[in-house]
Ligand binder design. Structure first.
Ligand SMILES: [Zn+2]
Ligand SMILES: [Zn+2]
Length: 259
């Protein structure tokens, strides 16, 4: 369960078929993205102990279907406000929602006790952002869907206590896998998705001392395997691999609390 007076997070599911992440300061719960259908989302939320009406808001990172597919319907059905960039909104993929709030990249905002920094990332969407959350003196980074670890990203996510990090593909599996050449170039390119080795490189640059939880996310079903991710990142952890977790497509990840 989420803990009072702390910062907690959980995953409803993560991968190319749908993503949704819960963030809670113990009182205020927000959902980052929703790529699942309504019934599926409600079922996944229930598994983590929440009803949609307990959510304060839905935050959108970008308009790709695995992130925004379920947002409009969920917001309409449960009267939830949606926070997103004008670029994500202009994609037209949200439909009508009860209320929407603009996110300005790099401009801090708050939803009750949750302080949120939206960070621009290199990804092939109109105006994509990822988020850094702060509450009760703890900090969580949510960082998926980026083509490469830019200097801006590395700077923005320094000093987090926990990090949800994209580990999308293994470069060899992508090269030898079933995707057509054009899609391979997109996924592996600078505006696509992060390879395991790039995630490791980014983590090294950020420094691992402070990180209590490292959640490997958005793993490709066809071009990655959890064992390969763990194999790549474990050497960075000096034998303390208990900090390393994988958010799965079907099972997501149970609540984690930052101490
Ligand atoms: Zn995605
Ligand atoms: Zn995307």
């Amino acid at each position: 369960m989420m803990a009072p007076d702390s910062l907690s997070f959980a995953s409803l599911g993560s991968g190319s078929k749908g993503n949704a992440t819960l963030i809670s300061d113990g009182e205020t719960h927000v959902l980052v993205d929703c790529g699942f259908g309504m019934r599926d989302t409600e079922r996944r939320l229930a598994r983590l102990g929440l009803h949609p009406r307990q959510l304060e808001a839905i935050l959108v990172t970008h308009e790709h279907g695995d992130h925004i597919g379920g947002v409009g319907a969920l917001a309409r059905r449960h009267g939830l406000p949606v926070y997103l960039t004008p670029g994500s909104w202009l994609s037209g993929r949200l439909g009508e929602v009860p209320r929407h709030h603009w996110i300005t990249p790099q401009a801090r905002f708050a939803i009750k006790g949750l302080v949120i920094d939206p960070v621009t990332v290199p990804h092939d969407a109109r105006e994509p952002v990822q988020f850094r959350f702060r509450a009760h003196d703890r900090c969580l980074g949510v960082l998926t869907d980026l083509g490469h670890p830019s200097a801006h990203v590395a700077e923005a996510f320094r000093g987090c206590d926990a990090l949800i990090l994209e580990c999308n593909h293994d470069r060899n599996m992508l090269a030898e896998g079933p995707y057509p050449p054009r899609l391979k170039r997109r996924v592996g390119g600078d505006w696509g998705h992060l390879a395991n080795t790039q995630a490791a490189e980014l983590l090294k640059g950020l420094g691992l001392d402070r990180l209590q939880h490292i959640v490997c996310s958005h793993l490709s079903e066809h071009n990655n395997r959890p064992e390969l991710v763990l194999e790549t990142l474990a050497p960075l952890l000096d034998g303390d691999e208990s900090r390393l977790m994988v958010a799965a497509q079907d099972d997501g990840l149970e609540w984690q609390t930052i101490d």
